[in-house]
Design a protein around this ligand. Structure first.
Ligand code: MLT
Length: 287
């Protein structure tokens, strides 16, 4: 008998409709692109799902391994039984990466996705090679912000998810794109309406209770791209500028014709800044 080791190739499933089990919970995800390319993981905002990254996955998938996943309770991911927190979402992300055998990655988060990315960078700096922060902020909620979340929870419990969708959708888009981008508005409204009451309320609590990440920004020493829609009413340009000043070497781009959902409202500008950043910093040979 010889000592030859038989290596069984791990077949990585690819596609836009994948599921895996992390901590006994099903996670819905998309995994596209070549096996040996640099990896980028996209994290959606609240209360959306990974479908919001379709244009970015399409653009990058020839050159990068591109992953997007549904945060716990959103899209096709199970909700579990514990209270939500940003730290819980970070733990989910790290377990998800471990399950897929991803040691380190670039991560791109929009709004709540950015809160998760920033906290993940603080807690697990060696797991991240670069950050893309879109329409997000490092501050915690103000007392007024917490009060608004608590009123939103009461309203969801009394009036249901549809009325929450009606109240929130107008603030997500720039005025012009709210009128002209009907397809995107309808898609986002339907994503919000499909999110369960329980997920909405648990996530609102997690957002209200989140801690700031501003004090750790000076420690970040990977390439960082910050993007913000010019008319973002939720996480405005000032929030992006603040992070840009604190993160050494960061690059910042303001996206015209966009509000809070910059990647959906102006995908060509968003994608052009994103691909330029990735090309310059991560993959001269791939893109
Ligand atoms: C989001 O888009 O994730 C939310 O607007 C974040 C928040 O409400 O703080």
């Amino acid at each position: 008998m010889n000592n030859e080791t038989i290596v069984t190739e791990f077949m990585r499933p690819t596609g836009i409709n994948l599921q895996l089990t992390v901590n006994n919970l099903t996670v819905g995800y998309t995994d596209e692109g070549p096996d040996n390319a640099p990896t980028i993981i996209f994290i959606h905002g609240f209360p959306f799902n990974r479908a919001m990254w379709t244009a970015q996955v399409e653009m990058l998938k020839d050159s990068f391994r591109v992953i997007s996943y549904d945060v716990r309770g959103h899209g096709e991911s199970d909700i579990g039984s514990t209270q939500f927190s940003i730290n819980l979402f970070v733990g989910d992300l790290i377990h998800f990466m471990d399950t897929l055998n991803i040691k380190a990655t670039v991560v791109c988060g929009l709004s709540m996705g950015g809160y998760i990315a920033l906290r993940a960078m603080e807690l697990h700096p060696t797991r991240f090679l670069g950050l893309v922060l879109s329409d997000t902020q490092c501050t915690a909620d103000t007392p007024e912000g917490k009060e608004k979340r608590s009123k939103a929870i009461d309203s969801i419990n009394q009036n249901g998810v549809e009325s929450y969708a009606d109240a929130s959708i107008i603030n997500l888009f720039a005025t012009e794109s709210f009128n002209s981008k009907q397809e995107e508005v309808v898609t986002i409204r339907s994503i919000i309406e499909k999110t369960s009451k329980e997920t909405l309320c648990k996530t609102l609590m997690a957002l209200a209770n989140r801690k700031e990440t501003c004090s750790g920004l000076g420690e970040i020493n990977v390439p960082v791209l910050i993007m913000v829609g010019k008319e973002d009413k939720i996480t405005p340009i000032a929030s992006a500028e603040f992070m840009h000043q604190k993160i050494k070497g960061s690059v910042m781009s303001i996206i015209d014709d966009a509000g809070h959902l910059a990647n959906l409202e102006n995908p060509s500008a968003f994608n052009s800044h994103l691909s330029q950043f990735l090309l310059d910093r991560f993959s001269k040979t791939h893109l």
